[in-house]
Write a protein that binds this ligand. Structure first.
Ligand SMILES: [Zn+2]
Length: 217
């Protein structure tokens, strides 16, 4: 079993598959036995929807790490229409919601507010094996399950860089409005959304995850 994953990992690292179209590898195969067929079907459905959304991605083999951390049913987004830095493994439903948020919210909102599209979005990353807010003793963060993404900045076509840190309560009302608009739209698309008003730890980024509970701040 171990050898299979090694081969898959080497295939991914070798980048030996053609880009520019959705690529589905080892869909729904779990590193542990007994994964319900239902989740396999859900993953296939999610990957199909990613393809329909025009997203180029690589399906990643399930990974189980130590300490309860894992990245299962995950994909690597290759191209979603807008470059996003620092994206690692994302569970498929989050990848789909995120790609749609970029295409249907972040980009058109930039056009509406600034009269130009985004050149790039900067993230602080996705997977990280750590507890909530990095505080020892707390339950694992959704980042520990590749089920969260942190967004720090938006770069417009003319090179203007809008950061959550400087813009959320910054002097430019258009930047404040843009950041609030994409944050609020995130609340309708993700399970949990945190920003500068949530707590000091989120003063410089938006946290989006797919946990149930529906928290938006
Ligand atoms: Zn986060």
């Amino acid at each position: 079993m171990k050898r299979v994953w090694l081969v898959l990992l080497l295939l991914v690292l070798a980048g030996c598959t053609p880009r520019g179209r959705p690529e589905v590898r080892a869909p729904g195969r779990a590193a542990t036995a007994g994964t319900p067929a239902r989740s396999t079907a859900a993953l296939r459905q999610c990957q199909t929807e990613l393809g329909r959304a025009g997203v180029s991605f690589q399906a990643l083999p399930d990974r189980i790490f130590g300490g309860g951390c894992d990245a299962t049913a995950a994909v690597k987004l290759v191209a979603i229409g807008t470059p996003v830095t620092n994206l690692g493994a994302l569970r498929c439903p989050l990848a789909l919601a995120f790609a749609r948020w970029v295409k249907d919210v972040a980009q058109p909102e930039a056009e509406r507010t600034f009269g130009q599209p985004l050149r790039r979005i900067e993230s602080f990353g996705t997977y990280a094996c750590r507890p909530v807010n990095g505080q020892a003793g707390r339950k694992l963060s959704e980042h520990a399950h590749a089920n969260a993404v942190d967004i720090a900045a938006f770069v417009l076509a003319d090179g203007t860089r809008l950061t959550v840190r400087d813009g959320w309560n910054g002097p430019d009302p258009r930047v404040r409005a843009y950041l609030r608009a994409v944050h609020a739209a995130g609340c309708r698309r993700f399970g949990v959304v945190l920003g500068p008003d949530a707590n000091a730890l989120h003063h410089d980024h938006f946290h989006f995850d797919m946990a149930s509970g529906g928290y938006c701040r």
